[in-house]
Design a protein around this ligand. Structure first.
Ligand SMILES: [Zn+2]
Length: 196
């Protein structure tokens, strides 16, 4: 009986590890944070088509405070607003700063949730904004494979963020996010990138 119990515990632990195996983080994975991020990122992925049908790019971001209150939720608007900076993360940071009337979000202890890994520009934008944690869905390599967007070069950004006190969790529900990117491509929408 004892052996069966031990065997069952091992099986349950391996199953839990499998669930979290693909999620990567620059801190020890906290289940409560991950569960909350999974719920929010799933909602953002499910909302994607409502944004893209109105001309937005296929990336959605939201900023929440540490009590779970939504501060802002926005999409990429590079094409529809004709601005190369208007990635979802940059739009979210700008909207949060406008809403909170500040240029420094650090004192608000905010987390950014986004459907795909931040690009080179957005990593810089996040770092200078004072955002304290980043949770993302689809990794850049998959975004690039599916859409041919160029995500830039980002050496050791998990480690660099950790040094600056910024938590990162990535690869959260990536399959759902990839489906939305495939949908965008299948609809023949615009792709923009820095190579000419
Ligand atoms: Zn970006």
């Amino acid at each position: 009986m004892k052996r069966i119990i031990i065997f069952s515990i091992v099986l349950i632990l391996s199953a839990l590890n499998t669930v979290n195996a693909k999620v990567i983080s620059n801190e020890k994975i906290d289940k409560a944070k991950l569960d909350n991020a999974t719920k929010i990122i799933t909602e953002l992925q499910n909302d994607m088509k409502n944004y893209t049908k109105n001309g937005s790019g296929p990336f959605v971001a939201a900023i929440y405070d540490n009590k779970g209150n939504l501060i802002v939720k926005v999409a990429n608007s590079v094409v529809n607003e004709k601005c190369s900076h208007n990635h979802a993360e940059m739009n979210a940071i700008k909207a949060a700063e406008t809403k909170l009337n500040t240029y420094d979000l650090a004192k608000y202890n905010l987390s950014l949730y986004v459907t795909a890994e931040p690009c080179m520009m957005c990593i810089g934008g996040i770092m200078w904004s004072g955002i304290k944690a980043v949770y993302y869905g689809v990794p850049s390599k998959d975004v690039e494979n599916i859409t041919k967007f160029d995500e830039g070069f980002k050496p050791h950004w998990f480690k660099e963020f950790k040094k600056r006190g910024i938590i990162v969790y990535g690869n959260i529900e990536p399959e759902l996010g990839k489906q939305e990117l495939y949908r965008y491509m299948n609809e023949g929408k615009i792709i923009y990138k820095p190579e000419r």
